[in-house]
Design a binder for this molecule. Structure first.
Ligand SMILES: *Cc1c(COP(=O)(O)O)cnc(C)c1O
Length: 394
């Protein structure tokens, strides 16, 4: 029969998260690879989901999403960002941010169109672009003054006559960078000068640290009309398994995404939608407490990684910290990630897998800190053994 998988998907094997999580399970290592919290979201929100199920809210909800959630999303955008989106026509509920991104790319990009992404990028972007038959152009985020940022000239150079869209993820996974207003102004200028659509992945919108503010690209002058703004309950409310996300955009862009979305999944699961509508209204104080707790976890893991000998790039948001492995005498993050369970009983993610130019991310390892303190402490204790191991020149 030969290789059954179509050519355009062949570069995408099993995701690195599945591979590394399997390695953690097989070896009994602590999993600081995949970014899921090991504690639950707000209790009342969980009860709302259970009540929705018991109350018979179990049949197909409307395609765009249940009205309660669309209204809650619209109110949340208005309250937090001063952005007005009509719950009827400008809000679309999706099966997580992942489906929102894929539906937007499939709906807006013709085969051969180009999509600009910032590398290292969240892995589903590349797959979504490939499914559309489009072509990605990666702009590399490089370390400058302790954070990852981009060179405006490289962004401009990445845009060509076939460029249709730019995918912007801030707060950014896997680097932890939160784009500043000045950086977003560069993106906004390029979008407007070159007539591009911005697809923004803002799933970590509420998880920023040290008082750093998340600025949605759509709030910049001239950007609301060309931005597909994507969020998700998974990260904000620590329910990554609920897969409930949403798109906010002008009606023609939402209609385009919905045309595709209705044949991917038709609609998102009903019970979670009611629970998330409740949470967006009533649990933002819980989110604020969660943000503070995560900031403390970032500091805890960062200090531990520094003590273990890693070069640490302190993130301004998200669940993740990037480390430079060279101070420990290692050079290749992929090789170290494979050996880390045996060397130290910990699993991390080699950042180079998120690049089109892997050499540029070869010396980085990503660790997740959205874990209980005792898990972080045990991981750090184990990682401190690394300094004592032979320093192979890998
Ligand atoms: C977790 C994550 C997603 C996926 O969100 P879901 O709502 O689970 O689909 C998308 N983008 C980034 C950057 C993420 O970290």
């Amino acid at each position: 029969m030969g290789e059954p998988l179509v050519g355009r998907m062949r570069e995408f094997g099993t995701t690195v998260f599945a591979t590394m999580t399997k390695l953690a399970v097989e070896t009994g290592a602590i999993n600081l690879g995949q970014g899921f919290p090991d504690t639950d979201g707000p209790q009342r929100m969980l009860e709302h989901a259970a009540e929705a199920i018991r109350g018979g809210f179990n049949q197909y909800p409307p395609g765009p999403g249940v009205p309660e959630l669309r209204q809650a999303v619209s109110d949340h955008r208005k309250q937090w960002y001063g952005l007005a989106y009509d719950p009827d026509g400008e809000v679309l509920v999706t099966v997580g941010a992942t489906e929102a991104i894929t539906a937007a790319v499939l709906a807006l990009c013709e085969p051969g169109d180009e999509v600009v992404v910032f590398e290292p990028y969240y892995d589903s972007y590349a797959a979504a672009v490939a499914m559309a038959g489009a072509v990605r152009r990666a702009v590399t985020l490089r370390v400058d003054a302790g954070r990852f940022t981009f060179d405006p000239a490289e962004l401009e150079a990445a845009v060509g006559p076939r460029t249709r869209a730019i995918l912007v993820n801030s707060p950014h996974n896997p680097t932890g960078t939160v784009f500043t207003r000045e950086e977003l102004e560069v993106v906004a200028r390029v979008c407007q000068e070159r007539d591009l659509i911005a697809i923004t992945d803002e799933v970590y919108e509420h998880l920023t640290f040290d008082g750093v503010e998340h600025v949605p690209l759509a709030t910049l002058p001239g950007m609301r009309e060309r931005t597909v703004m994507i969020s998700s309950a998974g990260k904000s409310f620590s329910v990554t398994g609920w897969k409930t996300g949403w798109i906010c955009a002008p009606a023609p862009l939402v209609a385009a995404a919905q045309t595709v979305k209705q044949f991917l999944t038709f609609t998102a699961s009903a019970p979670w939608q009611l629970a998330v509508a409740y949470a967006l209204r009533e649990e933002m104080a819980w989110v604020a407490a969660q943000r503070a707790a995560l900031e403390a976890k970032r500091d805890r893991l960062a200090a531990g990684l520094e003590a273990a000998g890693f070069g640490v790039l302190r993130p301004a948001g998200t669940y993740f910290v990037q480390t430079d492995i060279r101070p420990l005498g290692f050079a290749d993050g992929l090789e170290l990630a494979r050996r880390l369970p045996e060397l130290a009983g910990v699993v991390a993610i080699p950042t180079q897998v998120f690049y089109d130019h892997p050499g540029r991310g070869r010396h980085f390892l990503r660790f997740a800190f959205c874990k209980r303190d005792e898990v972080i402490d045990e991981a750090v204790t184990r990682l401190r053994r690394l300094g004592g191991t032979a320093r192979p020149a890998v």
